[in-house]
Design a binder for this molecule. Structure first.
Ligand SMILES: [Cu+2]
Length: 236
């Protein structure tokens, strides 16, 4: 019953998230569904166990020297408590595989491609199709801008050690590993501005590896690209 209830429970009450952020991407909504589903199942199992413990403590508390009835080798009970958890684990595993495939799927033709390079201690974002590159100005964190309601492909490379590209509200995260070409697609479905972070401890100044990410309407995105291009032309 618990396991059957996972999709229903996961879809209802989008406000209740067991401490997770409010996801702003398609992938994040998928992750949130799993997150909530797992928690509801765990809560159901927990309530059952707590209930049984409480019942046993009260019902069989010591009243005299007689022991309560003992039932060793109760085969049906032993089969039940082996099979039921196994079924729960199999179902949760299946939901995870399906969800994970949706989250890690790559579009045939993403709308925007961003090359992300992580290095000690910041990020460089370049838009190869737009001839635009952004980095930190040394004072503020680098700013990544993407159009809302489009598929953004992040190609993740590191210039040195392992870093991890993470925007908590996207609810997706992927490591940048030397020698490995990682890619993720994110469909940002909400306008806004958030803080991204390096989620892999990469050395003493790891804490400096924040960045800003903004999702804006397409017109604003194009204007921002133009602005970046003219700003780079002005530089000697
Ligand atoms: Cu890092």
């Amino acid at each position: 019953m618990l396991v059957m209830a996972v999709p229903a429970l996961a879809s209802c009450g989008s406000g209740f998230r067991f401490g997770a952020p409010d996801p702003v991407s398609e992938q994040g909504k998928e992750v949130l569904g799993l997150w909530n589903g797992f928690h509801w199942v765990a809560l159901g199992v927990g309530l059952l166990i707590w209930g049984l413990v409480l019942y046993s403590v009260l019902r069989y508390r010591r009243r005299n020297d007689e022991l309560p009835s003992q039932s060793p080798y109760n085969i049906p009970v032993e089969i039940a408590y082996t099979v039921v958890p196994l079924l729960i684990v199999i179902a949760l595993f299946a939901y995870t595989v399906v969800g994970e495939q949706k989250v890690t799927a790559l579009a045939d033709d993403p709308d925007v491609v961003v090359d992300v390079v992580g290095f000690q201690w910041s990020w460089q974002f370049s838009y190869p199709e737009e001839d635009v590159t952004v980095e930190s100005d040394g004072v503020t964190f680098p700013r990544l801008v993407v159009p809302v309601d489009s598929t953004v492909r992040f190609r993740l490379r590191t210039a040195d050690v392992i870093h991890s590209f993470w925007v908590p509200e996207f609810m997706v995260k992927r490591d940048l590993i030397p020698g490995i070409d990682n890619e993720i697609d994110v469909d940002v479905v909400q306008e806004g501005e958030w803080t991204g972070r390096c989620a892999e401890y990469c050395g003493l100044d790891h804490y400096r590896m924040d960045f800003t990410v903004a999702a804006v309407p397409d017109g604003e995105y194009q204007a921002w690209l133009d602005e970046q291009r003219s700003a780079s032309e002005e530089q000697p």
